[in-house]
Design a protein around this ligand. Sequence first.
Ligand SMILES: Cc1cc2nc3c(=O)[nH]c(=O)nc-3n(C[C@H](O)[C@H](O)[C@H](O)COP(=O)(O)O)c2cc1C
Length: 196
Amino acid sequence: MNDTECPFSIFARWYDAARQCGLREPAAMALATADAAGQPSVRMVLLKSHGPDGFVFYTNLESRKGGELVANPKAALCFHWMPLERQVRIQGRVEMVSNEEADAYFASRPRDSQIGAWASDQSRPMKGVRDLEKNVARMAVRFHVGHIPRPDHWSGFRVVPQLIEFWQAKPFRLHERTQYTRTADDGDWQVARLFP
Ligand SMILES: Cc1cc2nc3c(=O)[nH]c(=O)nc-3n(C[C@H](O)[C@H](O)[C@H](O)COP(=O)(O)O)c2cc1C
């Protein structure tokens, strides 16, 4: 890693390596959000696209994370690619992807996943253990063999990074940490090495 390389290009290199190292879910990342009172919560989601605009994942907008991101549109992400002994931490503001982008991604999903997005009231209590199966069956009948549109309550969020830190394990715990920060979305990145 050299200090003049843009962090998005470093991320792309590291992510490619993670996809080639035999991991089952290299796209899995921890997503931390906080509610309006500042209470943090964290869960895994899947990275679906990345680039200079940010890091995109999809979810139910009425879920706990969806509600927290609407109330407090800031998030942190953390990847851990164990075989490579690498971690990437990202934080920044969050914006919704466009309807066109969400529609295109939703259309690319397997039909059963599309039905699942309609059937799950994600994060809300179920009255009975069969509720989900009943919802799936109802939605399968409703859409039958026709086109399944994206539900209004399902879309993507883009984390626009203000900080990206790359962590590479080194012998004797003398790990390498390189932190990139910027003050504006299109501002220059400042590079700092951190003690491990
Ligand atoms: C590896 C992995 C990947 C996941 N990917 C997603 C995802 O992309 N979107 C999503 O909504 N939930 C995903 N989940 C489920 C979430 O971790 C979580 O249970 C769910 O979104 C509800 O979170 P919430 O109640 O905090 O909103 C994933 C879980 C795991 C273990």
